[in-house]
Ligand binder design. Sequence first.
Ligand SMILES: [Zn+2]
Length: 75
Amino acid sequence: MQFREEPVTPVYRHWMCEQVGCGGELLCTGEGITRLSTRWKHRCGKCGHEDWAEATYPRVAYLPVDAIGPDDSYI
Ligand SMILES: [Zn+2]
């Protein structure tokens, strides 16, 4: 049996609130709806702004070391 190892690094993804001047963080409420895909409800811990995303935040993504750069468009 052969193994191939690649270096990965955990990246903590936080969804920062988009409300001007808030600076809070959106946290998953555990409430989800599934239609074509599952969407999860998030609420800002500071101002209460609510939004939906296809992933839950905060989350940890494991990325190849060389994938980390100025483009952080990965989920
Ligand atoms: Zn907020």
